[in-house]
Design a protein. Structure first.
Length: 545
């Protein structure tokens, strides 16, 4: 992939201009800096595709650096999950795997340097007092009463903070910048805080941890890759950080905190629940790396935040799987059909194309016998005018098999429920074509009853029933959960070839959508299939009605 093959967003335009001017000797280095305090979501995928993608396009490198500066929330398990997600998306950091904790000693030395320069001080205000003193967007802040401590006193206190003499929250190190700045973030931000917590990499060596905004730019510079710290400390070859709008997606939430709330309340099945926008959830649901990369390319980059329609993400996986997923037949709500003029002991094998437009995907053999399953919704006793499926006295086509006509409806004597349809077939119509050329409008998918495998099928839909569940300030976002976001069907019948499916396979169940095996709950004797997405955007019809 080269730079000309991608549409020019504002970041790629900046890089192209820098390369033209031989800035940094034409060397392109980017970085993806996740915090190992949770699972990545689709918003992180946007950043991953940008940073690794830009590096690949320009023969550069992308650093993977974990911002592991908060031991209270970070776990090694998150580190491994994030690495897996990035590799699954198709990217490789090579030898460029880093951790902010690699630089704790250097970061501490730089903080000491700021104190000696009179640009940082130890503040003993509480967290609430610091917020109060900071002021508002319309009112300037007030200086901390500890702002003018001597350099010697600050150095002594800071060393004792590192030595573990003080309790959490008793002191922080702050940058001395400008308490009247119009940018509230420049009003003496906190650089270090005391946390007596064991770190997943450094153990109990440290009880003093740097803040993200302090750590991040210096880590960039240490790796030779915004801007107050770098300019003040005089660090050579300072990197530049370009901000782009975060991804907001309709019908879901992107906040790690809110995603965790859903898990803790038992409203979803863990952070890899297929209804969540986490990368592991999307993977479990059946999304492919190519579809997520395609989605990120489609939405592009912008400086102003906006909300992307969920349909754009769903169309990305449809576009991918439409070309790559083999077809299969599955009956989710089975109704038995008995073909009365078909021999009871006979079974035959039919050859069916795996893909209607890709002959190179070959054919598969599907068994056919006297009793088959069809979808219960494909039959009506009293059909409306435009219902072209099976009804009493009506002829329909069985996909790649025969034409059948419904002769009799069998019902449960006590409940009146339809339990079977008795039909006859035209033996001369093998393949689904009438020998006399008569027109048959309806075509149904089916599964041979004797050969079918039983499976559980989970029909996933959008997690919330409103576009922006966080917009309602009067109600919790959880009050907008879609009660139909998951429908579990436990007695589905699938064509026997699906017994060989693996968790890496994706299928189009004809007329029903795209499906995959559930990687978490499938057992050898109990396959579980997840619906990745429907064939069409059913929500578009709802929204327009």
């Amino acid at each position: 992939m080269n730079n000309q093959e991608k549409p020019r967003d504002f970041i790629r335009s900046i890089i192209a201009e820098d390369l033209k001017n031989n800035k940094h000797g034409g060397r392109v280095v980017t970085r993806f800096p996740p915090e190992p305090n949770g699972f990545l979501h689709i918003g992180h995928a946007k950043s991953i595709c940008l940073n690794f993608g830009v590096a690949l396009e320009n023969n550069g490198v992308c650093h993977m650096r974990f911002d592991d500066t908060n031991p209270n929330k970070e776990e090694l398990a998150y580190v491994e999950a994030i690495k897996k997600d990035v590799q699954w998306l198709g990217f490789d950091w090579g030898a460029n795997l880093f951790f902010a904790s690699d630089y704790f000693e250097q970061l501490y030395d730089y903080a000491v340097q700021l104190i000696k320069m009179g640009r940082a001080y130890v503040c003993s205000l509480s967290a609430d007092e610091i917020r109060e003193y900071r002021g508002t967007l319309t009112e300037p802040g007030r200086e901390s009463p500890y702002r003018n401590r001597s350099v010697e006193e600050n150095l002594d206190l800071f060393a004792r903070m590192r030595a573990g003499e003080f309790a959490d929250g008793s002191h922080v190190l702050r940058a001395r910048i400008d308490m009247s700045s119009g940018n509230i973030n420049m009003r003496d931000p906190v650089l270090y805080r005391i946390l007596h917590a064991s770190h997943h990499r450094t153990g109990d060596k440290w009880c003093l941890y740097p803040m993200y905004d302090y750590t991040h730019p210096i880590s960039d510079a240490i790796e030779h890759m915004y801007d107050w710290y770098l300019a003040t400390l005089g660090i050579p070859n300072p990197p530049h950080q370009y901000e782009f709008a975060r991804l907001n997606l309709t019908y879901t939430v992107m906040s790690k905190r809110k995603l965790l709330e859903l898990v803790k309340e038992g409203l979803v099945d863990g952070l890899d629940d297929p209804r969540l926008p986490t990368i592991c959830g999307l993977r479990r649901r059946g999304y492919t790396p190519a579809s997520l990369r395609g989605f990120c390319d489609t939405i592009g980059l912008a400086k102003r935040e906006s909300r992307v329609e969920m349909g754009v993400l769903e169309n990305a996986i449809r576009d991918d799987l439409n070309d790559t997923a083999p077809r299969a037949m599955a009956v989710l709500r089975p109704l038995k059909v008995i073909i009365t003029n078909y021999p009871e002991d006979k079974a035959e094998e039919l050859d069916i194309d795996n893909h209607p437009k890709n002959p190179e995907m070959g054919k598969r053999t599907v068994p056919f016998c006297r009793e088959i399953w069809i979808e219960r919704d494909d039959f009506m006793e009293e059909p409306p005018k435009k219902f072209f499926r099976l009804a009493p006295g009506r002829e329909v086509r069985l996909r790649a098999a025969y034409l059948i006509t419904c002769d009799r409806v069998e019902k449960d004597e006590q409940t009146g429920e339809i339990v079977a349809l008795h039909c006859t077939y035209d033996p001369a119509s093998r393949g689904g074509s009438a020998p006399d050329g008569r027109k048959v409008k309806g075509t149904l998918h089916w599964v041979a009853a004797r050969h079918a495998i039983r499976a559980e099928v989970r029909l996933y839909d959008r997690l919330f029933n409103v576009e922006n569940p966080e917009a309602d300030k009067e109600k919790s976002f959880m009050s907008h959960l879609n009660p139909d976001s998951l429908l579990v069907l436990t007695d589905c019948r699938l064509e026997p070839g699906l017994a060989r499916a693996t968790v890496d396979d994706r299928y189009q169940f004809e007329r029903l959508g795209y499906f995959c095996l559930d990687a978490k709950d499938t057992a050898a004797d109990r396959p579980v299939f997840n619906r990745t997405v429907t064939l069409r955007d059913s929500w578009e019809k709802i929204e327009k009605s």
